[in-house]
Design a protein around this ligand. Structure first.
Ligand SMILES: C[S@@+](CC[C@H](N)C(=O)[O-])C[C@H]1O[C@@H](n2cnc3c(N)ncnc32)[C@H](O)[C@@H]1O
Length: 279
């Protein structure tokens, strides 16, 4: 049963990390002219109204994107992400927040394509409404555990996969590692971003080691922790990045300390950017 709805969490600190890195990785891939295909395996609703009942309930964006927008002089590495946020709010301000599909769609060039997978009926309906008639966006009401390995490698042979489940069940941690392994066997040259939550749970602590043990080379690791280790709930998040495009590692070295300074609660937590598995 699918009960998770990202609408309650849109624009929080974890979205800021995930979406800023997604936007940077796409820009880095686009330094070559050849077309790309982007796969968003857990797409969510696509974009979010921050004034809606769900988002307003805990207003998680106030500890995330709202802080970023209020901060003086964000670094240039945030430009691709902030451009997508501003494009979602053509009248200015922060009423809407782009989910990963809207971030990726904003980045597409004329020959690039975006594949979205989603199982929740409400989120799927929202995606179908938003992207109806868009010939570059392909919406699948499909389980990514089956759908993603079936669709890679793409015809372009260049592109990126975002893996971002809700981790409502512990099995998601092993499921993501298994999905990475299955897709990497079929498409070793793809760029993979696997997001995971930092919570008080053994599976969360073990996740980077689990990914490092898959036998895949070139995995980068970025972590943003905004609350103290003992904190309840989501104290931060991380991304394991397989085949980071050229230059992304140094950009993350500039992004992470600024995000931590801007989003940490009373200076708690910390950040990390480094190779989990080198070349
Ligand atoms: C964390 S949310 C995605 C947020 C989105 N990627 C973003 O950053 O804006 C996870 C989504 O995955 C969907 N989902 C869960 N299991 C799935 C599966 N096996 N295949 C496809 N989608 C799934 C859920 O319904 C939920 O909407």
């Amino acid at each position: 049963m699918l009960s998770y709805q990202h609408d309650y969490h849109a624009g929080n600190h974890a979205d800021v990390l995930k979406h800023a890195v997604l936007a940077l990785a796409l820009r880095a891939l686009q330094r070559k002219d050849t077309p790309l295909r982007v796969f968003d395996a857990h797409a969510g609703s696509g974009r979010y109204d921050l004034a809606a009942r769900e988002a307003a309930r805990h207003a998680e964006h106030e500890g995330g994107i709202a802080r970023v927008l209020a901060a003086p002089a964000p670094p240039a590495v945030l430009d691709p992400y902030l451009q997508a946020v501003h494009a979602c709010n053509p009248g200015g301000g922060l009423r809407h927040y782009p989910g990963s599909p809207a971030i990726a769609r904003h980045a597409l060039r004329a020959d690039d394509h975006l594949v979205l997978m989603e199982l929740h009926p409400r989120a799927l309906a929202a995606l179908r409404r938003t992207f109806r008639g868009d010939r570059q966006v392909h919406v699948h009401g499909r389980d990514c555990a089956e759908g993603l390995p079936a669709l890679v490698p793409p015809p372009e042979r260049r592109g990126l996969v975002l893996v971002d489940p809700a981790y409502e069940v512990k099995a998601d941690f092993a499921g993501v590692a298994g999905l990475l392994a299955a897709c990497h066997r079929r498409w070793p040259g793809g760029v993979y971003l696997a997001w995971y939550p930092l919570i008080r749970d053994r599976e969360s602590e073990r996740f980077p080691g689990r990914v490092a043990g898959l036998g895949i080379r070139r995995i980068y690791h970025a972590v943003l922790e905004v609350a103290a280790r003992g904190a309840m709930g989501l104290r931060g998040s991380g991304l394991c990045i397989v085949n980071p495009p050229f230059g992304l590692d140094s950009e993350l070295g500039a992004l992470l300390p600024w995000l931590w300074e801007t989003l940490s609660v009373d200076g708690a937590g910390g950040w990390h950017a480094g190779w989990l598995v080198p070349e």
